[in-house]
Design a protein around this ligand. Structure first.
Ligand SMILES: Nc1ncnc2c1ncn2[C@@H]1O[C@H](COP(=O)(O)OP(=O)(O)OP(=O)(O)O)[C@@H](O)[C@H]1O
Length: 277
């Protein structure tokens, strides 16, 4: 087991915003965390990464409590792509991505350059190294941050331990092709023995790339299972308060869901019979 959460609770502003939550993450898996705005998804991933102090319970990474693990050791075993990263200084893309390698001392300068170049190529930013980071678009910045995280984490498995990649809305600023590219990188990391947990708002992307979907609502896990089974169930419409149409494209691994309003919108926009125009 890579990570174990046991009775995790977080209280903030006088109310419990997460928990109690208990589950395990296994090597070789990609778990999608979905849920409405304010459900506690970011709080959960920050608790998992050791960035958020727990009010109760514990989070163990390979048996060691993350709250008790040194920052250096944590950085070598898990990497976190946060929801937003603000960097105002005119660092180049090379410099930002290279920051990920601070946790991997002992590499030669040539090796560091090669790793950074490889990570940039993986996120389709092969030519972006010399560019000033603040000038990039939102989606380009998000992919630079993923490259930094990939540099930090290195191989999916080291010393027999599965490394943990924690991604908070990694596709929020990305076009459809780059959404798929980024989740394919995460999928590959899991297929090679790493462990991935990703907060995603796109339920179809979540179902397409994950082996397991955890649905969070009001700080609690309301469903946890195979996305192909969860998508057609009543859990998602109930949790999100949105009617959903379930489609089963022939040959697809998982069904897809669409908000029902999409099917009606064009009809509703047509002029009513008898109305002017
Ligand atoms: N420090 C804090 N003090 C008080 N309330 C907080 C604090 N941090 C988070 N919250 C509240 O806890 C709830 C969960 O926040 P969180 O950011 O984890 O939600 P989320 O599921 O990631 O939402 P989104 O989809 O909008 O990103 C929200 O209602 C938020 O307002």
């Amino acid at each position: 087991m890579t990570m174990a959460l046991d009775g995790v609770e977080v209280v903030a502003g006088g109310r419990r915003i997460l928990g109690p939550v208990s589950f395990d993450l296994e090597p070789g898996s990609l778990t999608a965390v979905v849920g409405p705005n304010g459900a506690g998804k970011s709080t959960l991933v920050r608790a998992m990464s050791g960035e958020r102090r727990l009010t109760a319970g514990n989070v163990r990474l390979h048996g060691e409590e993350v709250g008790q693990t040194s920052p250096g050791l944590l950085a070598a075993r898990r990497a976190v792509l946060p929801q937003a990263t603000t960097i105002a200084f005119p660092f180049t893309v090379f410099e930002i991505v290279g920051l990920g390698l601070r946790t991997r001392p002992g590499l030669t300068a040539a090796r560091r350059r090669a790793i950074v170049a490889e990570a940039l190529a993986a996120v389709d930013l092969g030519d972006f190294g010399p560019r000033p980071y603040p000038q990039l678009s939102g989606g380009e910045k998000q992919r630079v941050q993923l490259a930094r995280v990939l540099c930090q984490i290195g191989a999916p498995v080291e010393d027999g331990r599965s490394k943990l990649l924690i991604l908070d809305e990694p596709t929020s600023s990305l076009d459809v092709r780059h959404q798929i590219d980024v989740l394919a990188i995460a999928r590959r990391f899991a297929d090679e023995g790493g462990t991935v947990v990703a907060v995603l708002h796109d339920l179809n992307l979540a179902a397409g790339f994950s082996d397991r979907m955890i649905v969070l609502d009001s700080g609690l896990v309301v469903a946890d299972g195979d996305p192909a089974e969860l998508l057609p169930s009543d859990v998602l419409p109930r949790t999100f308060g949105a009617k959903m149409a379930v489609l089963h494209p022939p040959g697809w691994r998982s069904p897809v869901v669409l908000p029902e309003i999409l099917g009606r919108a064009r009809v509703d926009q047509r002029p009513r019979s008898g109305s002017p125009g």
